[in-house]
Write a protein that binds this ligand. Structure first.
Ligand code: AMP
Ligand code: GLY
Length: 422
């Protein structure tokens, strides 16, 4: 089978690593990929949003399976563009309609409410009912959450601590296009207190399989302080999820979600990432993403024992109803190594050394590129190291050793991943 994977992050290197372990994988291409994927697959110099170039590659390389890593091509309708032309191509990722579950917060809220799935109370406002929005905010308990409806590069959520801040931000979002078109609609939402968890399913339009859950560490600073990032580390399994929480997630969130997708006629084929808040043992949906998480994938993929190509083929044939994944009991802990300055501005092109093999560790590249024999930094998040072990502590020790060993000028990482789960 010839496989094309779209994306260039740590998530894609981890997916590529898993795909190449399958006997069914003859040729793997990654577009555009990174230095890590170039070592195990062939990188194609194609942007994930260049549908014509992707189309040409599918024909030229006789691609049988297309896996879409990031959300942007899905929201832009890559499935809708390719499916009519290649009915036999197994595409992992929903169509444009399904991708609204990530592309529009308001669409997601309506979906959750319509299908009785627990979520924070909310109301949506635009320029037309701006004054009603102001009035709604006045009576709202604090803190209050303001969400730009559309994609805003992970920055569109504001947690306002005071009435003044809430009013000011709401005004900026709607009246001054703070997040461009994405904030022409704003969801005002109740603040949920608890601990977050990422759940993942793969859907085929009829059935689904549940992947291992993970906990992501979003803030740049130790002790969960400072600015939000794409994710600085991940832990899987999540110890608190073992005590009945995942059963509650399955019954109260996953099953009604999959039923909802069917009732709404979405024919959803691809990953669904369910961002959850655990509030006193009860799950609430904070968000959906229509892709896998990064860096959660770098932890989760190392725990799946099944042949991933086989699972994707079953997804394409709508046979997931009969599948249960085999999951390793081991812990996987991911530590993300980032560039100095990230998530603000940072320099690229620094030489990385000591990317060798570390015991009980998988090294996944994110923002890296090759230059001759050298590997250079090429992004904010640069390398994800995943440690494995029979306990979380053991896994973390391995990951932290590799995080310390790999080096470049200005490397930064959190030494406290998992601190709240010990
Ligand atoms: P989102 O883009 O919806 O995932 O929001 C980004 C982050 O904001 C989430 O991962 C949470 O940490 C936080 N967040 C979003 N919605 C809420 C909420 N209703 N209550 C508390 N925190 C939230
Ligand atoms: N780690 C969170 C995300 O991928 O959105």
């Amino acid at each position: 089978m010839n496989i094309l994977l779209l994306g260039s992050g740590g998530r894609e290197h981890a997916l590529a690593w898993k795909l190449t372990q399958s006997n069914k994988c003859n040729n793997l291409y990654v577009a555009p990929g990174n230095a890590g994927t170039s070592e195990i697959a062939k990188n194609l110099d194609i942007s994930v949003e260049d549908f014509d170039a992707i189309d040409k590659a599918i024909t030229d390389l006789s691609i049988d399976m297309l896996i879409v890593g990031p959300e942007a091509p899905l929201v832009l309708g890559v499935r809708d563009f390719l499916e009519p032309k290649y009915p036999n191509l197994a595409i992992v990722g929903p169509d444009k309609n399904g991708a609204q579950l990530e592309g529009s917060k308001d669409f997601t809220k309506q979906f959750l409410v319509r299908h009785n799935i627990p979520t924070a109370k909310s109301q949506t406002f635009t320029a037309e009912n701006f004054n009603e929005g102001l009035a709604y905010l006045k009576g709202h308990p604090l803190p209050v959450v303001l969400k730009a409806d559309g994609l805003a590069a992970g920055k569109g959520v504001i947690i306002a601590e005071t009435q003044e801040q809430a009013t000011e931000e709401f005004t900026k979002m709607i009246k001054e296009n703070k997040f461009g078109e994405a904030s022409s609609k704003v969801v005002i939402e109740q603040f949920l207190t608890g601990i977050e968890l990422s759940a993942f399913i793969l859907c085929d339009g009829k059935g689904y399989v549940t992947l291992p859950e993970a906990k992501d560490y979003k803030r740049i600073g130790e002790g969960d302080t400072g600015l939000n990032t794409g994710g600085m580390g991940a832990i899987s399994p999540v110890p608190f999820a073992k005590t009945g929480f995942m059963e509650a997630v399955e019954e109260k969130v996953i099953k009604p979600t999959v039923e909802g997708l069917k009732k709404d006629g979405m024919n959803y084929k691809g990953f669904l990432f369910i961002g959850l808040m655990n509030m006193n043992g009860e799950p609430y949906v904070i968000e959906f993403n229509v892709r896998m998480g990064d860096p959660e994938t770098e932890a989760v993929m190392t725990r799946i024992e099944d042949d991933l190509v086989d699972v994707f083929e079953k997804m394409h044939r709508q046979e997931l109803e009969d599948v249960t994944l085999s999951i390793s009991d081991e812990y996987a802990t991911t530590v993300m190594l980032v560039s100095e300055g990230y998530p603000g501005s940072y320099e690229k092109g620094r030489t990385i050394t000591n990317i060798e093999s570390y015991e009980n560790v998988e090294v996944f590249h994110a923002g890296t590129k090759k230059s001759g024999d050298e590997i250079l930094t090429n992004g904010g998040r640069v390398i994800a190291v995943t440690g494995k072990g029979s306990t979380m502590e053991e896994a973390l020790e391995s990951a932290n050793k590799a995080a310390e060993g790999i080096s470049w000028e200005g490397k930064n990482y959190r030494r406290d991943i998992g601190f709240d789960l010990r």
